[in-house]
Design a protein around this ligand. Sequence first.
Ligand SMILES: NC(=O)c1ccc[n+]([C@@H]2O[C@H](COP(=O)([O-])OP(=O)(O)OC[C@H]3O[C@@H](n4cnc5c(N)ncnc54)[C@H](OP(=O)(O)O)[C@@H]3O)[C@@H](O)[C@H]2O)c1
Length: 103
Amino acid sequence: MGAFIVFGATGGIGRRAVAQLLGAGQDVIAIVRDPAKGTPLANAGVRVVTHDLQRDDIWRLARHLKDAQSVLFAAGVRYGAPLEQLRAVDRGGAVLPWPRPEK
Ligand SMILES: NC(=O)c1ccc[n+]([C@@H]2O[C@H](COP(=O)([O-])OP(=O)(O)OC[C@H]3O[C@@H](n4cnc5c(N)ncnc54)[C@H](OP(=O)(O)O)[C@@H]3O)[C@@H](O)[C@H]2O)c1
């Protein structure tokens, strides 16, 4: 079975989702923008990939997405953030992982 990719794995929703997925025995790949925040996830057995949706090229993620069975997109900017951040993360990030690269 492929991995479960979680964007926003350090956030309120993402953290809970990762915990449930690990509890269900899933292979989890967490996409985090802050490597320090990824350390506890890595210690819990999650494959951590550092990626900032505002700054990094989505194609850096292609080889990880190839392993994916499913993608949960739970990244998002805080309410009131500038519109360009909202566009880059909430809208841009959500559509960028698709279509999945060919295996
Ligand atoms: N919680 C709710 O009840 C609820 C209800 C409806 C909709 N939503 C939406 O669902 C999404 C997640 O909600 P949440 O409550 O879990 O939000 P949250 O706690 O603020 O988590 C947001 C996540 O997105 C990540 N993120 C922000 N900017 C990023 C970037 N540039 N690159 C990569 N990752 C980035 C954050 O990383 P850092 O940890 O590094 O900041 C964090 O992991 C949001 O869009 C929210 O509006 C939430």
